[in-house]
Design a protein around this ligand. Structure first.
Ligand code: AHR
Length: 334
């Protein structure tokens, strides 16, 4: 084993506890942490992994959390300590520091925003605790601060949506609005970049763009604002399905027909989004696969075993139109 701080404890039940300040929620095996500088040093093959999740902002996030909790189980050799940062970077930094103090074997997290991680990642490195990034990247010039980054190519996702839009609607003089994800988050930055690159040179005109923070409620509010400001919107590009679903509510409340009067394109492919696509209220979805638990478990085991791991693991994503959604829905996992 790369580290000798494996705990003797085995996950018996997931119990919600308040390990961290700042309102972050956490759960672990229900055991006393090895914190306070004292670690239970037993090389019994159990990997204690501290995971700091972004929050519970979307259907995608719920599926991602479930995948991690369902995979990193005691049966699979893990003692998972899980905390929910409620979309706040300071909560994630605090959670990571707590995991360092506890002397976990591996830290994994999905960074709420891209920047501002170097100091805490350096602390983990100094403590000899390997870090694995899932879902979202950090913007750091030092890639020795983490072992591996598992997740989708968000620029590609935005580009694929934009290419479909150009293929379907170029020449119509469409006016588009954008519901951006969380400001500073990798998927918001990258999806915007990919979409803009794809529509460049077309006659699709992006007339406004605001953050809806990846939530249904904020997506609805921002869309209401757009509808009050402009009466000629033809297309909504939502950075995730939840914001698209919020936009549908706002469009219907304004007496217009989503998917017809105003076209909607989105990213994720969660069940609610796919149902709206099948119903004709969303026009196209590029998938973002949230089932990262198995890859995380695999990489964590390799890192602990001292095996070489890939620095970047890109998740494969599909794409769906209405017919594709109808076909996929009956067996959709999330
Ligand atoms: O980082 C992945 C994004 O975060 C998903 O597309 C979105 O739904 C989530 O909140």
């Amino acid at each position: 084993m790369a580290r000798t701080t494996l705990t003797r404890t085995v996950l018996a039940a997931v119990a919600a506890t308040s390990l961290f300040a700042l309102g972050a929620c956490s759960s672990d095996a229900g055991n006393e942490p090895a914190g306070g500088g004292e670690t239970a040093a037993a090389d019994d093959g159990v990997i204690t992994l501290g995971f700091s999740q972004v929050g519970a902002e979307s259907g995608w996030r719920a599926a991602n959390t479930k995948s991690i909790q369902d995979t990193l189980t005691a049966d699979n050799g893990f003692d998972l300590k899980f905390s929910d940062a409620q979309q706040k970077q300071e909560n994630q930094i605090q959670a990571i520091r707590t995991y360092i103090t506890q002397g976990v074997d591996v830290i994994a997290f999905s960074p709420v925003v891209e920047t501002g991680w170097d100091a805490v990642l350096q602390e983990a490195k100094t403590a000899g605790i390997p870090v694995i990034l899932t879902d979202r990247a950090v913007d750091s010039s030092d890639d020795t601060l983490y072992e591996s980054f598992i997740g989708s190519d968000f620029v590609e996702e935005g580009k694929r949506v934009g290419e479909w839009v150009v293929d379907q609607y170029d020449g119509e003089g469409y006016k588009a609005v954008e519901l951006q994800g969380t400001t500073g988050a990798a998927p918001a930055i990258d999806r915007k970049e990919g979409f803009e690159a794809a529509i460049k040179g077309s006659d699709i005109d992006m007339i406004d763009s605001q953050t809806g923070n990846f939530t249904r409620a904020e997506g609805k509010t921002v869309m209401e604002g757009f509808l009050n400001k402009y009466d000629d919107i033809d297309l909504v590009f939502a950075h995730n399905d939840d914001m698209a679903l919020g936009a549908i509510e706002a469009i219907e409340a304004a007496g217009k027909v989503p998917g017809k009067d105003i076209k909607i394109v989105s990213i994720d492919g969660v069940k609610d989004g796919m149902q709206a696509l099948a119903d004709g209220k969303i026009n196209y979805i590029v998938e973002c696969n949230p089932l990262l638990g198995p890859d995380l478990a695999d990489i964590a085991k390799k890192v602990i075993a001292g095996d070489e791991v890939e620095k970047r693991i890109v998740t494969q994503d599909g794409a769906f139109d209405q017919a594709g959604a109808k076909e996929a829905l009956p067996s959709r996992e999330y």
